[in-house]
Write a protein that binds this ligand. Structure first.
Ligand code: MTE
Ligand code: MO
Length: 253
């Protein structure tokens, strides 16, 4: 397993990965020197706590601005079958031999938070929902992208069906591999955001997120949770696995 860096020590080592990540969150084109950081934040850079708090506040502000700029009707590009990337890359915070093994019979999708009907769903019930396919590009922050075909139920349809509070701010995801992430409601309701059960016209393979993932072609790859165990709706910022380490929370494309 890759180690999770400690954010608390953000400025203790040079060059700290966390600062690079937070810089990326702030979408600054040039790298930010410690001096510039001090000027920007008005903090003594030796006061790690104050700098960090300020950077996180700036970052949350940045998320809000990106949220305002997001056009809920703008579609991500779609591609022909011939453009599909083969083989499609696998990525996770662990190696491929550690992908969770999920029993389809006992699996239940849990629902939580601001949802009227929180009854858990079996896979058979989920598979009976109306489904659509999309061929879109997955872009990973680590520097690769790939085109794939995903099939599932439009997430908006599912949220409406279970009586989710569509005026809430966030939809959060807990995964079977302890990954977690969350998205803004506008993106959750975007026409291409899909609760996905199939990859390349076959049941979603284990490595790509069996039994289901959320496919969001308008966001970076790490915002696309695989192996979803629970979906919850909330007004309390839920963060995410990489987000809590400094990756930009909104991460739109
Ligand atoms: N549950 C879970 N979902 C996850 C991850 C993870 O480690 N665990 N990694 C994310 C990242 S960084 C990427 S790029 C994509 C990779 O999806 P793929 O294996 O289908 O290419 O899954 C995302 N969703
Ligand atoms: Mo990624």
């Amino acid at each position: 397993m890759k180690k999770r860096p400690r954010l608390a020590n953000a400025l203790a080592t040079v060059p700290p990965k966390q600062i690079q990540l937070i810089e990326r969150r702030l979408f600054l084109k040039r790298s930010l020197s410690l001096g510039a950081l001090a000027l920007l934040t008005g903090c003594d850079v030796t006061d790690t706590d104050a700098v960090e708090k300020t950077l996180w506040a700036m970052s949350r502000w940045n998320d809000r601005v990106q949220g305002w700029l997001f056009n809920p009707r703008q579609l991500a590009p779609v591609y022909p079958e011939s453009a599909i990337t083969q083989p499609f890359p696998f990525n996770a915070f662990y190696d491929e031999d550690e992908v969770p093994v999920v029993d389809p019979q006992s699996y239940r999708l849990a629902l939580g938070g601001l949802i009227r009907d929180k009854k858990p769903w079996t896979l058979a019930q989920l598979y009976a929902l109306p489904q659509v396919s999309q061929i879109t590009r997955h872009v990973c922050v680590e520097g690769w992208s790939a085109i794939g075909k995903w099939t599932g139920v439009p997430f908006r349809y599912f949220l409406e069906r279970v009586g989710a509070d569509l005026s809430a701010r966030y939809v959060g995801f807990k995964c079977l591999d302890d990954y977690y992430t969350s998205i803004d409601m506008a993106t959750a309701l975007h026409p291409q955001t899909q609760l996905t059960f199939q990859f390349a016209d076959r049941v979603l393979p284990a490595k790509y997120g069996f039994p289901m993932k959320l496919r969001i072609p308008t966001k970076l790859g790490f915002k696309n949770p695989k192996h979803i165990a629970e979906i919850f709706v909330t007004n309390v910022y839920p963060g995410g696995y990489w987000e809590d380490m400094g990756y930009n929370w909104f991460s739109g494309l």
